[in-house]
Design a protein around this ligand. Structure first.
Ligand SMILES: [Zn+2]
Ligand SMILES: [Zn+2]
Length: 412
């Protein structure tokens, strides 16, 4: 897919952004919806391949003298960067020449706005050429509502465009244009929008077979496979084989990721024996569960990031019972918890036990073909592959059989 790419200078900062619906960005930056003072704004390309736009943004660094740049400087900048991208990606064949900037309107600056009645007038001023249209004013309030709803539905998730469409069709059928809503959620800082694959910064040494191979942002694996792709027209569009079971994560595919972690990490006091009594654990199970609870309740700072605790026991030792107090600890504090296991039969076996143990908590049971895949739940029980649809979505993650495939090769 193709996206628009532009730069804008807000206060002292240059930003480069891609857009799924440029009308939303025009209203946001040039019609004042952002509430921020935009000093310069320039459309670099109206329809750049997503993988390229995503890479340009990832590697965008403000350069010396950028404040004084005119369109010619930006054109040279684009040529330079696209060349660097081509060398890395090997996509030259399908790329169009950077002939000129798409923004026929040229640079929109604060100076140019002076003397006009605001940015809207400047952006449509005489002799300026065609500026992209703004979003219809009468639809803006509804779009804001849609963006807020979408951000809420995406909380703690990461989804490819096709999955996002499925989720929204199921849960927010009234949303007229999900791309516009997603773009506005992005501008509000509640969503990140990238290509599903991430190209490395430099070429790898020749002795590494995966030379220049991109990495899958969804599952973290190196994406070595390439196929002719109808979606982007590339003769060799890279895709990730590791997470293929959940849909093809391609170089040209859109990955939408929640940008607002839902974590509400508890800093409560140590759990007492009273919390444990309910679960009827043996002395050894109680001791292990108490240690795990003490770990959960430890004071932490946000800089520490999430911690890890290993509960190691032989088969039949009753590990499952031991996780109940931990789930209770997190759920009682309003947190979201996840139990993941590589095996579907374990999910199916555990689901009724969790439902019985926590009757008042919304439980989502996820496996291939599950009907609850978009259910918004406080407690989630899932097979490993389903975890790829989540991103920073949980306060407590319990992973069963940590030594089993695929965790042992994938620490992300
Ligand atoms: Zn992948
Ligand atoms: Zn493609």
């Amino acid at each position: 897919m193709r996206v628009a790419l532009y730069v804008c200078r807000v206060r002292d900062r240059w930003n480069m952004l891609l857009s799924l619906d440029l009308r939303v960005d025009v209203t946001w930056w040039l019609e004042g919806a952002s509430g921020q003072q935009v000093l310069s704004w320039l459309l670099l390309d109206e329809a750049l391949p997503l993988s390229q736009a995503s890479w340009l943004i990832e590697h965008f660094e403000p350069e010396r003298g950028m404040d004084q740049w005119n369109e010619g400087h930006w054109l040279a900048y684009m040529r330079r960067k696209v060349e660097a991208y081509d060398k890395l990606s090997g996509e030259q064949a399908a790329r169009k020449e950077v002939a000129g900037l798409a923004g026929k309107a040229g640079m929109i600056t604060a100076e140019r706005r002076a003397g006009t009645s605001g940015m809207a007038a400047a952006s449509r001023g005489a002799g300026v050429g065609g500026m992209p249209d703004a979003y219809p004013a009468e639809g803006w309030a509804q779009l804001e509502q849609g963006a807020a709803l979408l951000a809420e539905r995406f909380r703690g998730r990461q989804l490819l465009a096709a999955e996002a469409e499925a989720l929204l069709a199921d849960t927010v059928p009234q949303l007229a244009s999900w791309r516009a809503a997603a773009q506005l959620a992005r501008l509000h800082g509640r969503l990140s929008i990238t290509a599903a694959l991430d190209l490395p910064t430099r070429r790898r040494p020749a002795w590494l077979s995966a030379q220049g191979a991109p990495r899958c942002r969804r599952c973290g694996s190196v994406a070595r496979q390439r196929v002719p792709c109808a979606a982007c027209g590339q003769a060799a569009c890279a895709y990730c084989e590791a997470c293929l079971a959940l849909g093809r994560s391609r170089a040209c595919a859109l990955l939408l990721r929640s940008a607002a972690p839902s974590a509400v990490r508890g800093t409560a006091a140590l759990a007492t024996g009273g919390g444990l009594a309910r679960w009827g654990l043996s002395a050894a199970q109680s001791a292990a569960a108490s240690a795990a609870l003490a770990y959960l309740a430890r004071p932490t700072s946000t800089e520490d990031g999430p911690g890890r605790f290993l509960l190691w026991a032989v088969t039949g030792a009753g590990k499952t019972e031991m996780i109940f107090p931990l789930l209770q600890h997190t759920l009682e504090r309003g947190g979201r918890a996840l139990v993941a296991t590589p095996r579907r039969d374990v999910v199916l076996e555990l689901a009724p036990r969790l439902a019985k143990a926590f009757p008042d908590v919304a439980l989502a049971t996820l496996y291939g073909g599950s009907t609850e895949r978009w259910k918004d739940a406080q407690l989630t029980l899932a097979t490993t592959h389903q975890l790829m649809r989540f991103y920073q979505g949980f306060d407590l993650v319990i992973i069963d059989e940590l030594d089993a495939f695929p965790y042992n090769i994938n620490s992300k």
